[in-house]
Design a protein around this ligand. Structure first.
Ligand code: SAH
Length: 503
């Protein structure tokens, strides 16, 4: 006991000493209040100001603000601060519509006018392309914004917890924490969410069902997932639970089915100690287990585990861009990697000879196949698996052997993929990976295939820039990048990039 006490004391003395040393160097210390002008924005949406050359990251500050800020953490060359008093507000400021905008971690940019948000995102993309990708003169097209940047999301995942008085709380996580902030109404979600949350809460209270406590790994309900198809109004509710059964499930179904558009109710089992929201198993209590939405002229079935773009208004614009960049004439073989429920694949199928989609989530591929049928599309096939495994295997089987033989025989022959029938195995490749970007093995295979066009759809411009850098070192040319605002009020930005490979 004594030892532990001592070592903790030494540790905290060490920390104090370090803090003092850092203060000596910078002259800035925790709790100090300083005045600064915000000159830039970090990619997480914090304002960046300087005090005598010392950099401060200021939460809720906007470029152009002059403000008094209080240091919350001081490091050697930079620190974090919070806004104390706004001395001169930036012309880019807007009054956040949501009263919980500052504490809630969901929207980081509500204090900025929408125009300024769009400029911020365009700059973020340019910065990533330049700093990470090494592209100095790439054509970044003006970002495609929204007409009405509120209430756009078709999906919400509300964490459920308890407050100090034991009441059930649903809302969102506060920035960088796991404490739940009760938001009476989320301004980027659909208003019907409020009613659904109230009904689920009432059901939990009536039936004595406890929210999940992630510290104790006890309690039942972890999250409430709500999806609403914008075009059809169909709604799906799925409770993510730390258990195998949902007590009095029929009562939940009865109460939720009163909500207009309620199409599917179910629960998903997640008994792990994890931040990942969904577990493997989903049980459907009511309805067909999916909702149907439309993008453009196509219909899509979406089940709880499948990915579907969260902003339907912008998704259509995003896919139109992908289609435009793919520039299909009708004779092409197209691969859509990371295809989800086959949205991009089916969007492109009408203009291609054949489309192949690859996706890791089996339920999504099930949806993709149903969606092809639903839309009477016959030239799209789908594979379950990792993009970085399926495409290389297929390539080796179809083309690799023939290409290698050819390279061996004809010295100096360019390494161009040629199938046995003399046609390239992929004229156009589309990738749309999750935030971490493409797997290296996939990029290597794409480089070997050398499709005429590669359309890279990305929700993370940092990993996009990293992957583009590699592809361009290996012979691709980055033609243009189109940012699209899919995540208004937040720091997220979507991009479509076009690369070509010219012999
Ligand atoms: N293009 C789709 C989905 C994009 S989201 C759309 O616009 O709706 C990215 C998708 O990649 C998700 O569906 C995710 O399940 C899938 N995924 C993640 N890792 C993967 C991998 N290694 N191989 C294939 N798919 C993967």
């Amino acid at each position: 006991m004594m030892n532990r006490y001592k070592s903790r004391n030494i540790e905290s003395a060490g920390k104090k000493l370090q803090a003092e040393r850092e203060t000596e160097k910078s002259g800035i210390a925790k709790n100090q209040v300083v005045t600064t002008v915000i000159e830039d924005m970090s990619e997480n949406g914090e304002g960046i100001g300087k005090v005598d050359g010392y950099t401060l990251f200021v939460k809720d500050a906007v470029v152009g603000d002059r403000a008094e800020v209080k240091i919350v953490k001081a490091k050697k060359s930079y620190g974090y601060a919070r806004l104390v008093k706004l001395l001169t507000p930036s012309p880019d400021r807007a009054v956040p519509v949501c009263p919980a905008a500052a504490p809630c971690g969901g929207c980081q940019l509500q204090a900025m006018s929408y125009e300024a948000q769009l400029r911020f995102k365009e700059n973020k993309v340019k910065n990533h392309l330049e700093r990470i990708g090494g592209f100095t003169d790439v054509q970044v097209l003006p970002i495609i914004g929204m007409e009405d940047p509120l209430h756009y999301r078709n999906k919400a995942q509300f964490p459920v917890s308890r407050d100090k008085d034991g009441n059930i709380r649903t809302g969102f996580y506060a920035g960088r924490t796991h404490s739940v902030i009760e938001t009476p109404h989320c301004y980027i979600g659909h208003p019907v969410n409020d009613r659904i949350l109230a009904l689920v809460k009432a059901y939990m209270e009536r039936e004595g069902i406890r929210p999940y406590d992630e510290n104790l790994h006890k309690g039942l309900v972890r999250h409430i997932l709500i999806r609403r198809a914008a075009a059809t109004g169909q709604i799906m509710v799925c409770l993510i639970i730390n258990g195998r059964k949902l007590p009095a499930a029929d009562k939940l179904v009865r109460s939720l089915s009163e909500v207009e558009g309620m199409t599917t109710v179910g629960f998903n089992v997640n008994r792990e100690r994890t931040n990942v929201i969904l577990g493997e198993k989903t049980v459907i209590l009511y309805g067909p287990g999916y909702i149907t939405d439309r993008i453009g002229a196509l219909s899509f079935r979406i089940s709880p585990q499948s990915f579907f773009q969260v902003n339907p208004v912008q998704t259509e614009k995003l896919y139109e861009k992908a289609l435009e960049f793919a520039d299909l004439k009708g004779e092409e073989t197209v691969w859509d990697l990371y295809c989800g429920i086959g949205t991009i694949s089916l969007f492109l199928a009408g203009k291609a000879k054949q489309v192949y989609g690859v996706e890791i989530v089996p339920q999504a591929i099930e949806n993709a196949r149903e969606n092809a049928e639903l839309n009477r599309i016959e030239n799209a096939s789908f594979f379950v698996g990792k993009a970085e495994e399926v495409l290389p295997e297929w390539y080796e089987r179809q083309c690799g052997k023939a290409r290698q033989d050819k390279a061996k025989n004809e010295n100096g022959e360019k390494e161009v993929c040629e199938c046995r029938d003399g046609k390239t195995c992929a004229d156009v490749i589309i990738v749309d990976p999750p935030r971490k970007g493409c797997d290296q093995k996939l990029l290597d295979t794409i480089v070997r295939i050398k499709p005429e066009r590669l359309v890279y759809v990305s929700c993370n411009s940092a990993t996009l820039a990293r992957d583009l850098n590699y592809l361009c070192r290996e012979g691709f040319v980055l033609e243009k990048v189109q940012p699209v605002d899919m995540f208004a009020m937040t720091v997220g930005v979507e991009c479509v990039a076009l690369l070509t490979f010219i012999e």
